[in-house]
Design a protein around this ligand. Structure first.
Ligand code: QAP
Ligand code: CO
Length: 177
């Protein structure tokens, strides 16, 4: 089991665009395993490779209560989105402690590949629809706070930068002992 460090907003690397996966090999399998370990440990319901500083189109999701329904989405595309929208209170492992409402299509049809490179299509609604769209945004370099007002976004940025400074200071104090 290997846990990967998660980039925290406002890290500029969260805005990099992920490239499609072309090699469905052992390296990809290891990346997916490490991402799943990292998501379950957090704990979270979704994680995009961008968040662990790997800029390839890979997502892991588990929205089940039992935490045993891992879904792996490689090179995902939204092939259809409903006209009706839903607002969901979103959070993000890269924006710890912050939650706010984001409006998105309530249902989507997704096409993506599995670890073997085989393409699948499925419909998502409810929490799964929110999660797929949130994680696919990460692959395009977009973080959910970018849907909020500039005022809210700046408050979040300032709060997280302050927390980051305090974390670094605590770590240095520990190292110096
Ligand atoms: C994205 O988010 C998502 O702030 C996945 O302190 C969120 O797993 C999709 C988390 C909502 C749909 C709805 C956030 C953990 C986890 C935090 C997550 C935190 C600890 C977020
Ligand atoms: Co996120």
């Amino acid at each position: 089991m290997a846990l990967l460090p998660i980039l925290r907003y406002p890290d500029p690397r969260l805005h990099k665009i992920a490239r499609p996966v072309s090699a469905f090999d052992e390296r990809l399998k290891k990346l997916v395993e490490d991402m799943a370990d990292t998501m379950y440990d957090a704990p979270g319901i979704g994680l995009a490779a961008t968040q662990v500083d790997v800029h390839e189109q890979v997502i892991v999701i588990d929205v089940s209560e039992t935490r045993d329904q891992l879904q792996v989405l490689i090179n995902p595309e939204i092939v259809w989105a409903s006209d009706d929208l839903q607002v969901y209170e979103e959070g993000c492992l890269s924006v710890p402690g912050i939650y706010d409402g984001v409006e998105r299509p309530s249902r989507v049809r997704v096409r993506s590949a599995d670890l073997l490179g085989k393409t699948h299509e499925f419909d998502a609604e409810g929490l799964m629809a929110v999660c797929v769209q949130h994680e696919m945004d990460h692959l395009k370099g977009k973080v959910f706070v970018e849907y909020l007002s500039p005022l809210k976004r700046n408050r979040i940025k300032t709060k997280l930068q302050k927390e980051e400074r305090e974390l670094r200071r605590d770590k240095q104090a520990l190292d110096a002992r």
